[in-house]
Design a binder for this molecule. Structure first.
Ligand code: MLT
Length: 410
């Protein structure tokens, strides 16, 4: 009989968002009269149509594939040069990143999980709590943890608590970590790190020969010009950081799929014989072996987001979702709840009313207001007592959610 990867058996029953979908489905089946009233502010999935510049470029890409003269088969696994260069020019200009340090992929969820392929065993892995669950679950699958306790906290991970006292930005740990996951603007809390806080992290990573895995999937939502968009804005980060970028939330590509990983050639890990090995070379080998590239029309569409028209259309999408975030923040505050995030991020992080757990609040919002939120405890034990409202929705839905929040509070 084939042996399985028993690490999977350590995972909690379901990934958070499928579990929420399961509960919503059960509620709808048990309350069919209410089903049409349900508004989903759970998973951060975009609702607005694709920017026209991307749609046009995708059509053009398909037309090229339909013509013998311009047909293309397999593309470069690392991505087409035109997109890699556009990313450097528009997102990393002046930061010392070259196009061959950018690897195009089909999503940051996959990238942040797959990156573990190039790391060995025995690393001390630091994650913030609460956290995007993919970082934890992929480490469990890779055998980098022990078992979970009743709160879902895994032995073997170094948890960095984020709470109202530190404004949901983790301090560098006292001890040594080898790999650190940071996500700014943060999913789930919507917090952002200041330049000084990121400098402290880069300093820590360099002092400890650690690697920062910096998830910047939400950078486009930053409104405050003083907040860095990339870890590579920090001196020294080119020696200790890998950055993940995505077109999912800025270009509305959650259903289209396109993202990238940036690995400077100067970032190294340690081989068994103690030698320093560039991670770029390992990821390049992994990517070209296990991935055949994002599709050509999709890469054309992603590049079109950087055209003058594309940039304007992306800015309009961001303004729309951040307008939603503002309304949600105001409504939650008016309902008397503690509110965080939602200023430089499309997630509003809200304290539950006294006496209610995160899942109690999920049930209350679904049962009494027919609004789906994400329970904070689903992001880690430090998320208990909070819930996340996603601002990805139509304006009409958000206004209705605000009305229902107020009614619930009355
Ligand atoms: C979320 O809701 O946290 C995100 O949509 C998840 C993701 O981007 O994979």
């Amino acid at each position: 009989m084939a042996a399985i990867n028993s690490n999977f058996l350590k995972l909690k029953a379901g990934y958070l968002f499928p579990e929420i979908a399961r509960r919503v489905k059960a509620y709808s089946e048990n309350h069919p009269a209410m089903a049409a009233r349900i508004i989903r502010c759970g998973i951060g999935d975009v609702t607005e149509p694709l920017p026209p510049a991307a749609v046009q470029a995708m059509h053009e890409g398909v037309a090229e594939l339909a013509d013998r003269e311009t047909f293309k088969g397999y593309g470069p696994e690392q991505g087409y040069g035109f997109l890699r260069q556009a990313i450097v020019d528009h997102q990393f200009a002046g930061l010392g990143i070259s196009a061959d340090e950018v690897f195009i992929s089909d999503g940051s969820k996959c990238d942040t999980g797959n990156i573990l392929d190039i790391f060995g065993k025995g690393n001390t892995i630091a994650i913030t709590d609460p956290v995007y669950p993919v970082y934890v679950d992929t480490n469990v699958m890779a055998g980098n943890t022990g078992d979970a306790d009743a709160q879902g906290t895994y032995a073997g991970l170094l948890y960095l608590p984020c709470n109202a006292a530190n404004q949901f930005v983790a301090d560098v740990p006292a001890g040594k970590a080898d790999i650190i996951y940071l996500c700014f603007p943060n999913n789930p809390t919507g917090a952002v790190a200041t330049r000084a806080q990121l400098e402290a992290w880069v300093k820590y990573a360099r002092a400890n020969d650690a690697i920062i895995l910096f998830d910047a999937a939400y950078e486009a939502f930053i409104q405050d010009p003083a907040i860095p968009h990339s870890i590579f804005e920090i001196d020294g980060a080119r020696d200790c950081a890998i950055e993940f970028r995505s077109f999912s939330k800025n270009g509305g590509f959650t259903g289209v799929r396109c993202a990238c990983v940036v690995i400077p050639k100067s970032v190294c890990g340690q081989a068994d014989d103690g030698s320093r090995v560039p991670l770029h070379q390992l990821w390049s080998r992994r990517h070209t072996t296990k991935f055949n590239g994002a599709s050509y029309p999709v890469q054309k569409a992603a590049a079109a987001l950087f055209s003058a028209a594309g940039k304007q259309q992306v800015a309009a999408l961001i303004a729309h979702y951040m307008g939603n975030a503002k309304l949600l923040r105001e409504a939650a505050a008016a309902a008397g709840l503690p509110v965080f995030g939602g200023v430089n991020a499309p997630y509003v992080w809200v304290g539950c009313p006294p006496g209610l757990s995160s899942w109690d609040m999920f049930d209350k919002m679904l049962g009494e207001a027919q609004v789906v939120i994400t329970p904070g405890s689903g992001f880690g034990s430090a998320g208990e007592g909070y819930f996340r409202i996603s601002a990805f929705n139509s304006r009409a839905n958000v206004e209705e959610v605000c009305r229902r929040l107020m009614t619930l509070a009355a």
